[in-house]
Design a protein around this ligand. Structure first.
Ligand SMILES: [Fe+2]
Length: 251
């Protein structure tokens, strides 16, 4: 099954995630109907069935992960954003990329829950059922060779970052400030686009990420995080990762 394209930090993502109660649709643009309309974020459906990623990720894990954990980030983000004019008309991607503009009293809640929303949107979009994972673009293949030598070396670095992230967090393949590919990891729900909240030399646009919170794998893999990471590569959506790479390089 072909997944829908996910383009973070774009108007399209705004339309996907910032569908608001009281927000009017004008052409392809969603605009606030009233200046004081509260921004409301919604949980998008998965682009595939809960059991579509089996046997690598089981249906029950997907159902709980999306319907409870991701949904909780959406609800908590809405609670934090309620009535806050500073967040009006902004997408989640725009908000988390400029956390210093978020009022201090809700900044931690937005960092954790807004980050959780953006990270999970990317996670779902960059997976696909085995056999429908597409192909890496020539541009992405060349970029991987330039940065890592070959795909296996990239995966080795990525797996190490994911396996050694202490506690809860993510490992990422990013396009950094120089337009080059780089492996990073973040704690909790931080995202590589959180300027000033991630190290300067780990700042960039994520084009692939793995959730290594226990809620992502514990039901099926228990404490065997490395087995989950290894299996996850079978469901990486290379069409989508290639599209995200092209968008990130284009700026
Ligand atoms: Fe998660």
């Amino acid at each position: 099954m072909k997944t829908t394209s996910f383009t973070p930090f774009s108007r399209r993502n705004f339309i996907q995630t910032a569908v608001a109660a009281g927000v009017a649709t004008f052409g392809s643009r969603a605009v606030p109907a009233l200046a004081d309309t509260p921004t409301t974020f919604t949980l998008a459906d998965l682009p595939y069935a809960f059991d579509a990623l089996e046997p690598h990720i089981d249906a029950r894990t997907m159902e709980i992960h999306h319907g409870r954990h991701h949904n909780a980030y959406v609800n908590n983000m809405n609670s934090a954003a309620a009535g806050r004019e500073e967040l009006q008309g902004k997408s989640l991607c725009e908000i988390i990329a400029d956390l210093t503009a978020v009022p201090e009293d809700i900044r931690t809640a937005v960092r954790n829950n807004g980050g959780g929303c953006v990270n999970h949107d990317l996670f779902w979009a960059t997976m696909a059922p085995e056999g429908s994972t597409g192909e890496m673009s020539d541009a992405l293949g060349s970029a991987i060779e330039d940065a890592f030598g070959n795909l296996e070396s990239m995966q080795e670095q990525f797996n190490k970052a994911a396996a050694t992230r202490f506690g809860s967090g993510w490992a990422w393949l990013i396009v950094n400030g120089d337009g080059k590919l780089q492996i990073t990891s973040t704690p909790n729900q931080d995202n590589p686009k959180m300027k000033g909240f991630v190290p300067d030399d780990e700042y960039g646009a994520a084009i692939l990420g793995i959730d290594v919170w226990e809620h992502a794998y514990y039901l099926h893999y228990q404490n065997r995080r490395a087995d989950y990471i290894g299996a996850w590569w079978n469901v990486v959506n290379w069409d989508e990762v290639s599209a995200l790479h092209a968008a990130a390089v284009a700026g």
